[in-house]
Design a protein around this ligand. Structure first.
Ligand code: ADP
Length: 261
């Protein structure tokens, strides 16, 4: 399990997240939300060991993450960034890269690695893209392939930075279902989402960031009822009735509104 203890991190000596204490338990989907620039990506990168903390600590199974060799850490933590330069190689080859932490040098894929990669592509609905060059795929298709690579890595904790970007609503819901299956397999899934409805519907726990601080943390409905969401985003939130679970409507605040506590 990844734990953050009073974590501060930033760029060029300037803190962008401060004093963050949180844990990402296995079998839970944690969603990070917050206004633009509030530090969500910075937090995710620091928690995954991709950005050195300025102070505080990231613990992996109770030990400092920095004490783990890179290969061992990669068996424990997968990270899907917001965007990257598309790879000029077939999707199935890219997904196999998720198996690197389990291979010795020189790298030779075993039949089980190929089977894991095939199943990961199947899980994200990208099996038919297996032989296509990643660079030739649409944004949404690429996203599914990169997610398959993260799944093939078979890490205990999976960090996903805005994984629904480029996906249409059908594929967004499929991705959330895929994240749901990962948590059922006992993974800790941690993702940044902008779509508050997706976040509130699927998260077990929501972490709300504002100006680099963790300003609220709890179950989705608590975030709404406490007014934390309204305050952070400056919007009105209303629960709507829907047959497929809680759903919310959002509107801007009137200038003289007293809606927000
Ligand atoms: P969010 O993901 O919530 O939109 P980020 O973590 O990306 O926020 O950014 C938090 C702050 O850090 C922003 O002010 C952003 O401009 C700044 N920032 C992000 N990446 C860098 C970087 N590589 N160098 C300098 N500042 C950065």
């Amino acid at each position: 399990m990844i734990e953050l203890k009073n974590l501060c991190a930033g760029y060029g000596g300037e803190f962008k997240i401060r004093d963050i204490t949180a844990a990402f338990p296995s079998g839970e989907l944690t969603v990070l939300i917050g206004p633009n620039g509030s530090g969500k990506t910075t937090l995710l990168r620091a928690a995954a060991g991709l950005l050195r903390p300025s102070s505080g600590a990231v613990l992996l199974d109770g030990l400092p993450l920095k004490s783990f060799p890179a290969r061992r850490a990669a068996q424990k933590i997968a990270f899907l960034p917001q965007s990257r330069v598309p790879a000029q190689l077939p999707a199935e080859r890219l997904v196999l890269h998720g198996r690197f932490p389990y291979l010795s040098c020189p790298r030779r894929y075993r039949p089980e690695d190929r089977e894991i990669a095939r199943r990961a592509l199947e899980q994200t609905g990208a099996l038919e893209l297996a032989t296509k060059s990643v660079a030739s795929l649409s944004g949404g298709e690429r996203q599914k392939v990169y997610l398959a690579m993260a799944i093939a890595q078979d890490a205990d904790t999976v960090f996903l930075d805005e994984p629904t970007t480029y996906l249409d609503i059908h594929h967004q819901l499929e991705l959330m279902a895929c994240a749901g299956r990962m948590k059922e397999q006992g993974k800790a899934v941690v993702m940044v989402l902008h779509d508050l409805n997706l976040a509130l519907r699927w998260a077990d726990r929501v972490l709300l960031l504002q100006n680099g601080l963790l300003c609220a943390c709890g179950a989705p409905e608590e975030m709404v009822r406490s007014g934390a969401l309204s305050r952070a985003f400056g919007v009105r939130v209303e629960e709507l009735s829907s047959s497929f679970g809680p759903w919310y409507g959002f509107d801007t605040l009137c200038p003289d509104s007293h809606d927000v506590p």
